[in-house]
Design a protein around this ligand. Structure first.
Ligand code: SAM
Length: 254
């Protein structure tokens, strides 16, 4: 993990994007919450790794016996507990934990979810029950690629091997069965330059979080001339186009 990544997340504090005006169109139909809801039962115990401010757990996860959301950022866990208090959800707990140094019990969870966060496949394997399900959605190397090419930087920009392939291979090597890697392609349309800028300032899209680099620079300065150039060539009647590339992985413990 890049050294200062935790500092970045401590400053961000939440993953609430409701102030950004945008619409989206999906060219693919892999949906994490659909898969989660289909596979969970009332008796399920679910772990959500890198849960952020718990926004997704509270809004989209099914009502089950137990949900634990974890994040290495204490600020995110603080936000998650505040969000939980405001909700009427039950059986949800949040705790601070590094995904790469997991402290959850072995053979305990029926489902582990990791959305837009890093994973250690072997540690997830250990915490899952036999036949337990792993569901991942990740941000792929080609996410926002035209924008990253223009700026000549960004998340995974310098990675030689795409993160999707690294996760996929690590999951197979950890001993999982029925491993599937599915590409996800979404067109997002931002209403104004300010909406796009809000996204870029809040997320690591233009930061150099990379598998290949050691000394990542986490000071994000956005060259407005380049951004204007991008906007000029990507403005459509639906808004400013940003092509998102994610990947979904499902896998089962043997
Ligand atoms: C992009 S956010 C995604 C949040 C949430 N899963 C969602 O989909 O909205 C990534 C989250 O992963 C957390 N994270 C990054 N690296 C981590 C690690 N090594 N261990 C635990 N959490 C981590 C960050 O603090 C951040 O809250």
């Amino acid at each position: 993990m890049p050294k200062n990544e935790l500092d970045f997340y401590e400053k961000v504090k939440n993953w609430d994007f409701s102030n950004i005006k945008r619409t989206d169109e999906s060219l693919t139909n892999w949906d994490l919450y659909e898969i989660l809801n289909k596979n969970a039962t009332k008796e399920s115990k679910i772990l959500d790794l890198g849960t952020g401010g718990g926004e997704k757990v509270i809004k989209y996860f099914p009502q089950v016996k137990e949900i634990l959301g974890t994040d290495f950022s204490s600020e995110m866990i603080k936000t998650a507990n505040e969000n939980l208090k405001k909700s009427n959800r039950q059986n949800i707990k949040f705790k601070q934990m590094d995904n790469l140094k997991m402290t959850t019990e072995n053979n305990y969870f029926d489902i582990v979810v990791a959305r837009h966060t890093c994973i250690d496949a072997r540690q997830i394997y250990d915490t899952l029950k036999d036949n337990g399900l792993l569901i991942i959605r990740g941000v792929d190397k080609l996410d926002c690629w035209e924008l990253k090419r223009l700026f000549k930087k960004g998340q995974a920009y310098n990675d030689i091997k795409p993160i999707s392939l690294i996760d996929y291979e690590n999951i197979i090597d950890a001993g999982f069965k029925n491993v599937e890697l599915v590409p996800i392609h979404i067109r997002e349309y931002y209403k104004t330059k300010e909406d796009l800028l809000t996204l870029l300032l809040k997320t690591p899209i233009l930061l150099d979080f990379s598998e290949e680099r050691e000394n990542d620079n986490l000071e994000l300065d956005i060259d407005m001339e380049l951004l204007d150039k991008y906007i000029k060539s990507h403005t459509t009647d639906k808004g400013i186009l940003l092509v998102r590339r994610y990947y979904g992985i499902t896998a089962q413990k043997q």
